[in-house]
Structures are given as structure tokens and as C-alpha cells.
Design a protein. Structure first.
Length: 712
């Protein structure tokens, strides 16, 4: 009986320890309550070993990769490890049908073979300083419009001050919806080179079918190197630059994982809205998310048809396709899980408790009624900005028109230097807008289908007058009119041809632009939005911004003993937890299952594998990377709290060593940007043993392995 009781108590303790921990914590602000919880879960490091301004610490090995992902330094010589999908767009742009490294993989055997990547930067956090008092004193008593203007002025003053006399950059970030402020000082390196990548049938194995799903078997990693000038400073690409001498790099733990092991993730999570009001949840679930899904689906379908016909077109569109499809599926999942997890009802419950507390508090007692009024005014027009940005302006032809419009506006200012500078930037940007004939064909379908959806879903009294003229003037039915109008636009606009569009941008003429049908289309929808909805939408964001700031302030007063974390905003964060499965699913996957999936879905190209991977599998030459059962692990689960932007983040054990790379979240918890579900929230990670096995055995790149510090 005593043994049974002890056993039962052990289970209770273990279950409590393995509960998913909510929070994307600011590592320089960890309080004793949080650090003690981290220690109980298995952390052996001190807070100073995580973040220190004066000595080497973990934060010095974590990089903001390309402004949208996370990477980590894994060697003394600036070697960066991140996800394959984070490097995907850069890898695809380095690929061609003659040198198809996206499909075939690439492994540099020395520094000379590493490939420069145009437009890619890697950024380190140098320091973070609290500027809350300075900011709040400066904006006290201001209305929202004046407050926003004052903040921009103040941000400029502060960033200039902290970077004076240095090569550093700085950004001011608000936390808790404007209840706290920090200035981040960064060091940005722009000479970044590709070192290694598996072929995409490994790095993207499972494709969109498996995206956001578990079990998973994706070798989602790629490797780059940061270069610096000989005097140790960031510099633009030069053959004379040398590999970065890293301040700190993360060692690799090859001992493997088991359920309950400590797992910590550091990175740059993009955006969350955990303090959203219930009305915002309702709008996201019923209106915004389904609309984004429908509009993005139009682009994906049209592109896919052309990508399947030609390798060059596939390579040109692959980066854009991957970016759009990732969040197309995300918004599908978010809408579904917001409903499944009853997030609207949970938010209402939280608001009810707040309302009861606020009744006797003059500052807060009207807050929730003001929130209801603001959302009530916004809800009927909530799709206007979505249809403009995700719809009307989404076709590539509209991107060229927008660039031309920017030039036209610049010409009105009469600054020739600015015009030439803008031309250069636009022509550089259009390099990522391929517009070959098959892509124009797809763009025409996209243009038409978006207008059909606009006609179907936008209320008659909210439609642009120009659109109503199109419906009346181009056909007997709306469908016929939209089809005929689309033909007319693509037959007559200079922006329906890549060569003509770029020629126009090189030598813009107002008379041509103002008479171009595609520009008239763009200008009419833009003016309709600006005249009818822009101020209303801005007013909504001003009101809900102020109300959200007050709500968090009130929550902190209502729960003074609770440690609150700030919503993600692409600043450096830390989340801690354990290696843990959920539901009926396995904790980890193996290479055996990769082969099994390939056989099961033999007709689906997303599950194709290379002959070389099959050959290596048949040899079972796993060496030191095998688990205790002789299997090769591929991916595993942890209960960390992450979101977009954490892609590529290291999963770190209790002693500061890498056990994996975070690359995805699970379908059942896709309401996570708005609500944390401790029962089902999981992070999907590629096992570091699979990463190193692929580098050594598949890529035959022992030179890369030899750079790293490996703990066996």
C-alpha cells in the first residue's frame, strides 16, 4: 500500500512537472518565481548564463535570421543552424534547372565553396534597456493620435542616443500593449553564405500535407555562415571577409532525449495576441481567418497548376508559394481550433471576472462596455482591409502597379535623387517577382477569381463604385463582366508584361500611368478604401489599442501576485518545459517511418525520397546517432510555448546544449496565438541526431561536423 501510494504521488508530481508552461519570457527579466520553476523542470544554468551584458551567455548564440526566423551559432567560426523552411526562399533563388540545389541539396566542403546569399542578414542582440519611465512620462495625458506621433519622435531620439558612435542598430519595442517599453541594441551582419542544405524532399518531407501535423518526419534544417571584415565588424560581401569569431556557440548533445527531459527554446517569436478580447476572437473565427484562407487558396491553386508544368517556373515560384501556403493552412487551423477549444467562451469568462472586479474601480468600470462598442462598430467593415491587401492588391500585376504609383508620388515631390534611389530599390524588389508568361497566365486567373469572390462576399453598399461600373459595363452577368474585364486588363496594361513593366519603372511617364487600365483599377479600389474605411479602421485600432493597454494594466492590478509575460513581438524570448507527447501520439519518430510514409503515399510527390536516402537506410549505418534500440530518430515533441518566428530556434537541454530545432506547432493547438492550451500545446522539433546524421552520412560533409562541439 505504501509503495502504491508513493507510486501514485510520483505520478502526480511527474504529471505536474510535465504540464505545458505558458509564457514567452523576456530573458533579462526572469523573476524568482519563473527561475525556480525552470530549475524544478531540470535547468542547471544560472540566469546570468542565459542572459548577460558583460560576459558570454546563451543570448549571444541566438540570432534573428533574415528578420523572420531564428538561428543559432553552433561553432566558433560563425556557423548558423536554422530551419530548411527559413532558408527556403534564399536556397530557391540560388537554384536553377542547371544547378538545382533546392532539389538536390548542397554541402560546402570548405569556405571557398560557400555561396553568398543576397539580401540575407543575421542579427545579434547586444543589449536591452528599460525605457518605460522615459516613454510613459513623455506620452502622459496625450490622446492616441498624438501619443503615436510622440512615440515615433521619442523612438528616434532614443535609438540615435544608444547607437551614437557605434555601428550598431536599435529598435524601441512596446510590451504589454504599451505599459512597458525597451530599447534593443543590435549588431547586424549582411555577409551571410550558404554552407549546407538537404534536398527539399528531406527538408520539406511531407510538404503541405504534414504541415502543422504530428507525427512528423521532416529534416527541417539548413546551415549558413556569418562573415565579418578583418577588423571584426559587419561588412557587405567581400571575398576578403573572414568567418565570424563567435562570442558564444551552442554545443550539441548526442545523448538523446526521453520523456520528461528539460527543454528550453530561445528565439524571436513573431506575434501573439494572448490578451485579445472575446469580440476579437469572434471576428477572427467567423470572418477574418476564413476570408484569408479563401483568398490565399486562389493564389496557391493558380500557381500550382503552372509549377507542375515546368521546373524553372516551380523554382521561381517556390519561395512565394511556400510563404503563402504556410499561413494559408495556419489560418485554417486557427479558425478550427478557436472553435474546438472554445476560446470565445473562455475569453468571456475572463472578462466576466474582470468586470466583477472593475465595478468599484472608476478607471476600469466602463472598459468592457467601451470594448463592446468599438468592436460593434468595426465588425461590419472588418473584411475591407483583408479584401484590399489579401485580395485586390495580391496579384503580381498589382505589385508592379503599386511600385509605379510610388514612383509617381515621388515625382510630385520633385526630388530627383530620391526618385533614382526609389527606382533602384524597386527594380531590386521586382527581382523576387518573377513574371514569365506562365506566371502571367496564373496571375490572370488570380485576378479574376479574387474579383468573383469580392463580388460574392462584399455587401452591395460596401463595394467600390468602380467595381459596380465594371459589372454594368463589361457583360450581362457579373461572372461574364469580370471575365471580360480581366481579359481587357491583361491585354491592355503595360504591367501585364514583365519587360514592359520594368521598362516603365526605369523610365516612368505620368501620361502612360494615368491611362493604364491596371493603374485605374488599383487607384479606384485604393481611393474607395481610403475615402470610406481608412479612418474608421484607424479609429478602431486607436480605440482598441488604448482599451487593450488599460485592460492589461487592470489585469495586473487584479492579480498582483501573478507573473505576466508580454505578447510576442519579434523580440528575444525564452520558453521552458519538457520533452513530452500528448493524446495518443508517440513522443518521437524515426527514419523507419519516413520510408513507410514514402511507400504508403507513393503517388504523392510530397512524400518522395531520394535513392541515396533509401540506400543509406538499407545499410542502417546510423553510427553514434542511433537511439538505444538501434533506430535513427527524426523528430520529437516538447511542450514549449512558441509561435511563428521561433522557426529555427534551438531546443536546449538543462545544461545549454542543443537537442533539436523547433520548426512547427501542432494542429490541435493552433489557437495558440490567442489562447494557450496547456493540455495540447506542443512544439514539433527535428532531432539533432537526425540533423548531424544527414550532414555526415548523406551530405558527406565531415568538415561541418568537425567544427561543432559535440557531447556524446
Amino acid at each position: 500500500m505504501k509503495k502504491l501510494l508513493i507510486g501514485m504521488l510520483s505520478i502526480v508530481v511527474l504529471t505536474t512537472n510535465l504540464r505545458a508552461d505558458e509564457g514567452m519570457w523576456l530573458p533579462w527579466l526572469l523573476k524568482s518565481q519563473t527561475t525556480e520553476a525552470m530549475k524544478k523542470k531540470g535547468l542547471k544554468l544560472t540566469p546570468d548564463q542565459l542572459y548577460d551584458l558583460n560576459k558570454s551567455s546563451l543570448k549571444d548564440a541566438i540570432v534573428w535570421f533574415g528578420g523572420g526566423c531564428t538561428g543559432e551559432i553552433v561553432s566558433p567560426n560563425g556557423l548558423v543552424l536554422t530551419n530548411h523552411h527559413c532558408g527556403y526562399d534564399y536556397i530557391s533563388k540560388l537554384s536553377s534547372s542547371a544547378d538545382n540545389i533546392l532539389d538536390n541539396g548542397f554541402w560546402a566542403k570548405n569556405y571557398q565553396e560557400e555561396r553568398p546569399v543576397a539580401g540575407l542578414s543575421v542579427t545579434f542582440v547586444v543589449r536591452v534597456d528599460d525605457i518605460t519611465k522615459e516613454v510613459l512620462d513623455a506620452v502622459k495625458g496625450l490622446n492616441e493620435k498624438d501619443r503615436a506621433e510622440k512615440l515615433q519622435q521619442l523612438y528616434k531620439t532614443i535609438t540615435d542616443r544608444v547607437t551614437a558612435g557605434t555601428h550598431y542598430e536599435a529598435q524601441c519595442r512596446e510590451m504589454y500593449k504599451g505599459n512597458a517599453y525597451y530599447v534593443f541594441t543590435f549588431e547586424r551582419f549582411n555577409d551571410v553564405r550558404l554552407v549546407g542544405t538537404p534536398p527539399q524532399n528531406i527538408g520539406k518531407f511531407g510538404g503541405e500535407t504534414d504541415n502543422w501535423m504530428w507525427p512528423r518526419h521532416t529534416g527541417d534544417f539548413s546551415m549558413f555562415r556569418v562573415y565579418m571584415s578583418k577588423d571584426g565588424k559587419p561588412a557587405k560581401y567581400s571575398a576578403d571577409n573572414i568567418p565570424l569569431k563567435a562570442k558564444h556557440h551552442l554545443p550539441i548533445n548526442l545523448k538523446g532525449i526521453k520523456s520528461g527531459d528539460y527543454a528550453m527554446i530561445m528565439g524571436f517569436p513573431g506575434r501573439t495576441n494572448r490578451y485579445e478580447f472575446s469580440q476579437g476572437v469572434k471576428i477572427a473565427t467567423d470572418l477574418v481567418d476564413p476570408t484569408i484562407v479563401a483568398l490565399r487558396e486562389i493564389r496557391l491553386k493558380a500557381w500550382k497548376e503552372e509549377m507542375n508544368k515546368d521546373t524553372d517556373i516551380r523554382l521561381k515560384l517556390s519561395g512565394n508559394y511556400a510563404s503563402i501556403s504556410n499561413y494559408w493552412k495556419y489560418f485554417r487551423g486557427e479558425a478550427e481550433q478557436l472553435k474546438n477549444n472554445k476560446v470565445f467562451e473562455l475569453k468571456q469568462k475572463e472578462e466576466k471576472a474582470f468586470g466583477a472586479w472593475a465595478t468599484s474601480k472608476p478607471e476600469y468600470k466602463n472598459l468592457l462596455s467601451d470594448v463592446a462598442k468599438a468592436f460593434g462598430e468595426y465588425q461590419p467593415i472588418s473584411l475591407q482591409s483583408i479584401y484590399l491587401n489579401e485580395g485586390i492588391l495580391a496579384p503580381t500585376i498589382m505589385k508592379y502597379v503599386q511600385y509605379a504609383s510610388m514612383l509617381e508620388d515621388a515625382k510630385k515631390d520633385g526630388d530627383a535623387t530620391k526618385i533614382e534611389s526609389l527606382k533602384t530599390r524597386i527594380l531590386t524588389a521586382t527581382g523576387s517577382l518573377p513574371y514569365d508568361e506562365p506566371i502571367v497566365k496564373a496571375d490572370k486567373k488570380i485576378f479574376k477569381e479574387i474579383l468573383l469572390l469580392y463580388n460574392k462576399n462584399i455587401a452591395a453598399d460596401q463595394k467600390a463604385p468602380y467595381f459596380k461600373e465594371v459589372i454594368l459595363g463589361y457583360g450581362k452577368t457579373p461572372e461574364e463582366a469580370i471575365a471580360n474585364y480581366t481579359d481587357f486588363v491583361f491585354e491592355n496594361s503595360v504591367f501585364a508584361n514583365e519587360g514592359m513593366a520594368k521598362a516603365f519603372i526605369s523610365a516612368p511617364r505620368s501620361s502612360i500611368l494615368n491611362n493604364d487600365i491596371a493603374f485605374k483599377h488599383f487607384d479606384a479600389f485604393r481611393k474607395h478604401y481610403n475615402a470610406t474605411y481608412k479612418d474608421k479602421v484607424a479609429d478602431y485600432y486607436e480605440k482598441t489599442g488604448a482599451l487593450g493597454r488599460l485592460y492589461i494594466k487592470g489585469l495586473m492590478e487584479m492579480q498582483p501576485n501573478k507573473e505576466f509575460y508580454a505578447d510576442a513581438n519579434s523580440s528575444l524570448r525564452l520558453t521552458y518545459g519538457n520533452v513530452q507527447s500528448y493524446m495518443k501520439y508517440p513522443l518521437y519518430t524515426t527514419l523507419d517511418e519516413v520510408i513507410a510514409k514514402n511507400i504508403k503515399y507513393k503517388d504523392n510527390p510530397e512524400f518522395a525520397i531520394s535513392p541515396r536516402l533509401l540506400e543509406l537506410y538499407n545499410k542502417k549505418d546510423y553510427g553514434r546517432y542511433a537511439d538505444k534500440n538501434g533506430k535513427l530518430p527524426t523528430c520529437f515533441l516538447s511542450n514549449n510555448d512558441i509561435t511563428g518566428g521561433n522557426s529555427g530556434s534551438p531546443v536546449i537541454d538543462g545544461e545549454g546544449r542543443i537537442i533539436g530545432l523547433a520548426f512547427d506547432g501542432n494542429w490541435e493547438a493552433m489557437s495558440g496565438n490567442i489562447h494557450f492550451d496547456p493540455k495540447n500545446k506542443r512544439t514539433i522539433n527535428v532531432d539533432i541526431r537526425y540533423v548531424l546524421w544527414l550532414i555526415e552520412k548523406y551530405g558527406e560533409a565531415g568538415n561541418i561536423i568537425n567544427e561543432m562541439t559535440i557531447v556524446q
